[in-house]
Design a protein. Structure first.
Length: 135
């Protein structure tokens, strides 16, 4: 991932704050975010109200949302794990599961510090939400 190589060449630590503050993904300006995100070296919590990808997938009904869900899982996991292994990638809500918003909950547990959401080691090590929603 270009972020990783650039940050290492600049002498930056590989952490959530550096990754998110230097994000240069495609179409980054078209997403609509609610409230201020929580961002620290270990953790990024944010809520997305509008995403161009989810809007397109919704046009294809349940099949489109199912493909979008796979995209969400694979792309976000790959980005974080390629940048710095050991990430926990979760969503409390996810548009491709039928929710109205996406609530991103990404963390590197080994970087957690007092004051970060999930500082409790038990809470920080829970696995991400199941790949298939319960019936």
């Amino acid at each position: 991932l270009a972020h990783r190589e650039r940050h290492l060449s600049q002498g930056k630590e590989l952490n959530m704050k550096n990754l998110m503050e230097d994000w240069d993904g495609p179409l980054v300006s078209v997403w609509t975010w609610r409230d201020e995100p929580y961002l620290s070296e270990s953790t990024w919590h944010s809520e997305c109200a509008w995403c161009p990808y989810a809007a397109a997938w919704q046009e294809f009904g349940q099949e489109g949302l199912a493909l979008g869900y796979l995209y969400d899982m694979e792309v976000h996991t790959t980005i974080l794990e390629t940048y710095r292994p050991g990430a926990i990638i979760r969503w409390e809500k996810l548009k491709t599961r039928g929710d109205q918003v996406c609530q991103f909950r990404f963390v590197w547990p080994d970087l957690l510090k007092h004051g970060d959401p999930g500082y409790d080691p038990e809470a920080a090590t829970r696995p991400h939400l199941p790949l298939v929603p319960a019936p």
